[in-house]
Design a protein around this ligand. Structure first.
Ligand code: ADP
Length: 189
C-alpha cells in the first residue's frame, strides 16, 4: 500500500510513520531525515538545504523532488511505503503522481494528522532540548508552525480524489497508532 502522512510540524507524523512502516513491513521515506543526512555529510544539496531548514522554511521544490524521486526509484516494485514530510506542496504531489503513474500505480490513502498550535509548539520546544537539530531554535520552530502546515490546495488534491482521511494527533502515541491502523484497514488492500 502507498500511504502519505500529512500534518503540521510536531504532530508526530515521523514517530507514527516509523511505527506503522515497521508493523507493515513498508519503507519509511522521510524527506526531513534525508535532508538532515545530506547536511551531516556536507553534500552540495545539504549545503543548499541547510539555509532554508535552519530558518524553518521549506527547501525549494526542485531540490526536494529530485532527491525524493531517486529514493522512490530504489524501492522494490512490491514494497509498500509511508511518506512522511513529502509531498508538502502541490508541485511535489504532481511529481509523485507522475512517477507512480509511469508504473501504473497511485497513492492509496493520505492521512492528515492534526493538532492544535499551542500543543504542537510545546511539543517541539520540549523536543528541541535534546534533538540536536539546528532548526530547533524557538524562531525556526515558530516559522515552521506558521509556514509548514499542509497547504489547502495540497489537501484538496487528495480530498478531491476521495483519498483523504483525518486522524487526531493529540492523544497518546499508542492511541494515534490504533487510529491510523484502523484507517489503513478501511482501505481494504
Ligand atoms: P518537522 O519535523 O518540523 O515536521 P521535517 O523533519 O519533516 O520537519 O523537515 C525539516 C526541514 O526539511 C523542513 O523545515 C524543510 O526545510 C525541509 N523539508 C523536508 N521535507 C520537505 C519537503 N517535502 N519540501 C520542502 N522542504 C522540506
Amino acid at each position: 500500500m502507498y500511504v502519505i502522512f500529512f500534518g503540521p510540524p510536531g504532530v508526530g507524523k515521523g514517530t507514527q510513520a516509523v511505527i506503522i512502516a515497521d508493523r507493515k513491513g513498508w519503507a519509511h521515506i522521510s524527506t526531513g531525515d534525508m535532508l538532515r543526512a545530506h547536511v551531516a555529510n556536507g553534500t552540495d544539496l545539504g549545503l543548499k538545504a541547510k539555509e532554508y531548514m535552519d530558518k524553518g522554511l521549506l527547501t525549494p521544490d526542485d531540490l526536494v523532488i529530485d532527491m525524493f524521486l531517486h529514493r522512490l526509484a530504489e524501492l522494490r516494485p512490491d514494497q509498500g511505503f509511508v511518506l512522511d514530510g513529502f509531498p508538502r506542496t502541490l508541485p511535489q504531489a504532481q511529481a509523485l503522481d507522475a512517477a507512480l503513474a509511469k508504473q501504473q500505480k497511485s497513492i492509496d490513502i493520505a492521512i492528515n494528522i492534526h493538532g492544535s498550535d499551542d500543543v504542537l509548539m510545546e511539543r517541539m520546544l520540549n523536543r528541541a532540548k535534546d534533538s540536536g537539530r539546528t532548526d530547533d531554535t524557538p524562531e525556526a520552530i515558530r516559522t515552521r508552525l506558521e509556514v509548514q502546515k499542509p497547504p489547502v490546495e495540497l489537501l484538496g488534491h487528495y480530498r478531491d480524489a476521495g483519498k483523504l482521511k483525518d486522524v487526531d494527533g493529540l492523544p497518546e502515541i499508542e492511541v494515534v497508532t490504533e487510529s491510523l491502523l484502523k484507517v489503513l484497514e478501511g482501505v481494504g488492500k
